[in-house]
Design a protein around this ligand. Structure first.
Ligand code: ATP
Length: 385
């Protein structure tokens, strides 16, 4: 059993930066938990407090119910893999991998066995006598993993371990990490700013912003039911499109004004009591890029002028100015500009099929699947359920 519990963890650095703010989370035995968030949100600091490499300002770290907050790192039986791998340059792969066991006074023979079997597992068998500088980035990464694994720690902490690898290697190492975890089921906390890594590796994902836990859940839960606008915008690629719209009542139906048009919300959405609370007042609508598709001639559609078209092989991403004001300006004969306050200058993206006939500067008509729309409170960004 290795359950890690973070209980109201807080970290204020000298100088006053509150890097971690009242952070509570329980990581189950054998779970692969990914901490994800933008640069500077405090995720490394959380990890370092679990490892004991950073003092806590407030709160506690518990492992299997035992308070370890004041324990030295080596007493915690935790292994950490860093972004830069931190291998000892003058030691061979074999010595790097066996070093922690040597410090624990494990017998030579036993170290040899552990190192050999771990190296075989990671495909490092033929490289044991090399020094780190004679290894590729991916091999170094494996050695760093192997060095952490030989100890069979209670908890594994990984801080952006794949970020120094090229895109292709990153994908294969990701698969390898998933496989290793399947096999050993060591409780793991993995830090990344890459939401694709988070979605593919995590049993659960904890999304962090400004030192605070925003939401924790399975990849599917975060994608389908984001708790707030930050999580909605962070999970999914390309990210969700946002605009401030006005909800109105039309008989028993609700409508929104979008891109100078009044669009009726589909039945199930219109029946949502919480959305009805926003009638006549602004609400933030969120539409994923896949909610758009090329419209037929008679279909109700949003008109957009592509400002960019990215072809990705089997799909195209069409970038255009956020509708509300942009399209109104277009109707008036002006150049469309992104002036929606909530969206800032962030362009919207529609994901369409490879066969879609789109070109920069040529207006397209896009059907919007409002049934797939999300709504957020304009003041606090919380999802409207
Ligand atoms: P990244 O993905 O860029 O590594 P992160 O989410 O891991 O970012 P942290 O490294 O945890 O973020 O940093 C959180 C905040 O604390 C940042 O504002 C950072 O500048 C600040 N910080 C981190 N370490 C220290 C330190 N030793 N002294 C003062 N401030 C620090």
């Amino acid at each position: 059993m290795s359950v890690v519990r973070l209980d109201h963890l807080t970290k204020v650095f000298p100088g006053g930066t509150k890097a971690v703010d009242d952070f509570s989370l329980t990581i189950a035995d054998g779970e692969f938990l990914v901490l994800v968030g933008p640069s500077g949100c405090g995720k490394s600091t959380v990890l370092r407090m679990i490892a004991g490499l950073e003092d806590v300002t407030g709160g506690d770290v518990l492992i299997d119910g035992e308070r370890v907050t004041d324990w030295a790192p080596k007493q915690r039986d935790i292994a950490m893999v860093f972004q830069n791998y931190a291998l000892y340059p003058h030691m061979t792969v074999r010595d790097n991998m066996g070093f922690a066991l040597k410090l624990q006074h494990v017998g030579k023979e036993r170290i040899g066995e552990q190192v050999t079997s771990t190296a075989d597992l990671l495909g490092l068998g033929g490289l044991l006598d090399r020094k780190p500088k004679a290894l590729s980035g991916g091999q170094r990464q494996r050695v760093a993993m192997g060095r952490a694994m030989v100890r069979q720690p209670r908890v594994f902490l990984l801080d952006e371990p794949l970020s120094n690898l090229d895109a292709k290697l990153r994908v294969s190492m990701r698969a390898e990490l998933a496989r290793l975890h399947q096999r050993y089921r060591i409780t793991t906390v993995y830090v990344t700013h890459d939401q694709i890594e988070a979605m593919t590796l995590g049993d659960r994902i904890a999304v962090v912003d400004k030192g605070r836990l925003q939401q924790v859940g399975t990849p599917d839960e975060l994608y389908r039911a984001p708790a707030n606008r930050f999580v909605a915008g962070f999970m999914g690629s390309p990210s969700m499109n946002f605009a401030t719209v006005t909800v109105r009542r039309a008989g028993i139906r609700l409508t929104v004004d979008l891109g100078g048009r009044t669009i009726e919300l589909p039945g199930p959405l219109a029946e949502r009591v919480d959305l009805a609370r926003y009638i006549g007042s602004p609400v933030v609508i969120g539409l994923r890029p896949a909610a758009f598709s090329p419209a037929g001639p008679d279909e109700e559609a949003l008109e957009a002028v592509p400002l960019g078209v990215e072809s990705l092989g089997d799909e195209k991403h069409v970038l255009f100015a956020p509708p509300t004001d942009g399209l109104r300006a277009l109707a008036d004969g002006d150049v469309p500009v992104a002036v929606d306050e909530s969206a800032g200058t962030q362009l919207w993206t529609a994901k369409v099929g490879q066969g879609a006939d789109v070109a920069i500067g040529r207006p397209v008509r896009l059907r919007v699947d409002l049934g797939a729309a999300y709504f957020f409170d304009p003041a606090d960004g919380m999802a409207v359920p």
